[in-house]
Design a protein. Structure first.
Length: 573
């Protein structure tokens, strides 16, 4: 039966057909037809030439051909040699379409004002194929009815929860599904448009899109490939003449033929790719601040790799270039976890690299810069934050060494030391910075000491004197026998000799920089005695002298010695 309709089932006769009864189904035969038609339960409207969806007449829904969706269904049936044209989101079959013709066929089906064709690659008059589109989430499986209100859960076997899926199935399309039936093996094609959540299923890679079928308990993946030429743009029964498939609109076809009735319904989903991530290293031990360089290859090649670093929650894309630190005294373990850019709803493929970062020594020197005198010993000692070998280099002559610095400097000058530490374990990590220390060596003093006599009589003057080279202003510190001490800015000190002053006298001469020189002198203090019987002979150069002349007087003393001479004569001489 065919006629105008409304959702309130107000019908009027539009066309007259020849009816035949066959296996409890009423089949209306038509050489040509147009929209605004409804095929009731257990009925089939056969198309033998061409159906034009634009010739919609004057009904409530011009261009829409409705069929009964509940069992027993109604069908718009395309027989051998028939075709259709001008399908769109305003003109399509809201319900079931059957093909009885051999070869490929595109079903001009839709629901809820959406034209969403599907196709099979083969069927026959003896083994026809049929399809209907449901613009509703399979989790509820309840769509609206052209007759008003809602349909029951359709088809039989529903609902079809999108969260119930095989392990390799990602996010399942939650706005639509198709019921495609038949016994002739065929490839199946489904379509999508801007209302389909393609990006949520595959991101930006259509290669991760697949057709899935409900096997009675869950959604399972059917190997599929998106079409270079989209079926969605077709407006006639011919297939694959549309625009290229894109994220916004397109179609996808199973890779192999299958019996359409093998699955209850079909829809779209993301497929979980099996990607192997291989890092260049799986473990690494480095020194704090050194570069971590990790590269990744994927199988299949070219997959994008995302990574995170813990601790620190650092993230990146692709290969790793990082400089982690260990600021304490113990190694720090960093975990770099790499994953592929996941298809939403899929398990993430990951791999981890453990990087042990070892602290570097922090070297603290004592007396890093100092001034010493030529010939003295300059010493620098070190503390390190971790057990380490201290290494040093003397810049002026390239001399190297380890440990504390203790060197004898014979000549004056500036000496520069580069100091760094090298950790003992678990890795030989050098200090992150090099310390520079300088030692200024000032010239030394050459000192000489003298006494006024090596032998001094008790009670006679004792004079000590020092000289220093180079000349300058110095401090003189004398020490000697029986606690003799004298500090003076003058190079000479004097005293009256006593019996206790025999011995060695030491003088330390010090300059303003603290450099000094030392010298000694020995002095013998003795008691000097005078003989009691002296033989004295007085002599004159002349015995007779003229007035105004001169005479020399002399004497000899036996024994010889050091004496005092007192002469006297007449007239008060």
């Amino acid at each position: 039966m065919m006629g105008n309709y409304t959702k309130q089932h107000k019908w009027s006769v539009l066309l007259t057909f020849v009816f035949t009864i066959c296996s409890f189904m009423v089949r209306a035969q038509s050489g040509s037809s147009f929209g605004n038609t409804f095929v009731h339960t257990n009925e089939e409207m056969g198309v033998f030439v061409q159906h034009n969806f634009l010739n919609g007449g004057s009904g409530i829904l011009p261009g829409i051909v409705g069929t009964e969706r509940t069992n027993p269904k109604g069908f718009v049936s395309f027989n051998t040699g028939s075709s259709w044209v001008a399908a769109s989101s305003a003109a399509y079959t809201d319900g079931y379409v059957m093909t009885r013709q051999p070869g490929a066929f595109t079903f001009p089906i839709g629901d809820n004002n959406k034209y969403r064709p599907a196709a099979v690659s083969a069927s026959s008059a003896a083994a026809p194929a049929s399809a209907a589109y449901f613009a509703i989430d399979g989790t509820s499986a309840v769509t609206s009815s052209l007759k008003g209100g809602n349909e029951p859960i359709l088809p039989t076997g529903g609902p079809f929860p999108t969260a119930t899926k095989a392990a390799n199935v990602g996010t399942v399309d939650n706005v639509e599904y198709w019921d495609i039936d038949g016994t002739t093996p065929a490839k199946i094609t489904l379509t999508w448009d801007a209302s389909t959540p393609i990006s949520a299923m595959v991101g930006t890679n259509l290669s991760n899109l697949t057709i899935v079928g409900w096997d009675g308990t869950q959604w399972v993946a059917i190997p599929s490939t998106f079409d270079a030429s989209s079926l969605l743009q077709n407006t006639s029964a011919s297939v694959f003449t549309g625009l290229p498939s894109s994220l916004g609109a397109g179609s996808i076809t199973t890779n192999a033929a299958l019996v359409p009735g093998s699955f209850t319904v079909y829809t779209l989903a993301g497929i979980c790719p099996n990607i192997l991530i291989t890092p260049s290293v799986t473990s690494l031990s480095i020194c704090s601040g050194a570069e971590v360089a990790i590269t990744y290859t994927t199988t299949p090649a070219g997959e994008q790799v995302l990574w995170t670093r813990m601790p620190g929650n650092m993230t990146g894309i692709g290969n790793i270039t990082d400089y982690p630190a260990a600021t304490g005294t113990t190694p720090v373990s960093y975990t770099y976890t790499a994953s592929t850019a996941p298809v939403v709803g899929c398990p993430i493929n990951t791999t981890a690299t453990i990087v042990t970062v070892n602290p570097v020594p922090i070297v603290t020197p004592s007396f890093c810069s100092q001034t010493i005198c030529s010939g003295q010993t300059g010493a620098i000692t070190f503390n390190s934050s971790i057990p380490a070998t201290i290494n040093w280099l003397r810049v002026e002559d390239g001399l190297t060494g380890t440990g504390d610095i203790s060197s004898l400097f014979a000549t004056a000058g500036n000496f520069t030391y580069k100091i760094w530490g090298l950790s003992a374990s678990p890795a030989s990590c050098p200090s992150s910075t090099t310390i520079t220390c300088t030692i200024l060596v000032t010239p030394g003093l050459t000192v000489a000491a003298t006494a006024n006599s090596a032998t001094v009589c008790v009670g006679s003057p004792l004079s000590l004197s020092a000289s220093a080279v180079p000349a300058g202003t110095y401090t003189y510190n004398w020490t000697g026998p029986n606690g003799y001490v004298s500090t003076s800015a003058n190079p000479t000190v004097s005293a009256t000799a006593t019996l206790t002053q025999s011995g060695t006298y030491t003088v330390v001469v010090t300059d303003a920089a603290g450099c000094s020189g030392t010298a000694t002198v020995a002095v013998s203090v003795t008691v000097c005695t005078v003989p009691c019987n002296l033989t004295v002979t007085a002599l004159a150069s002349l015995t007779a002298v003229c007035v105004g002349g001169s005479v020399n007087l002399s004497s000899t003393v036996t024994p010889t010695g050091s004496y005092t001479y007192a002469w006297s004569g007449s007239n008060g001489f």
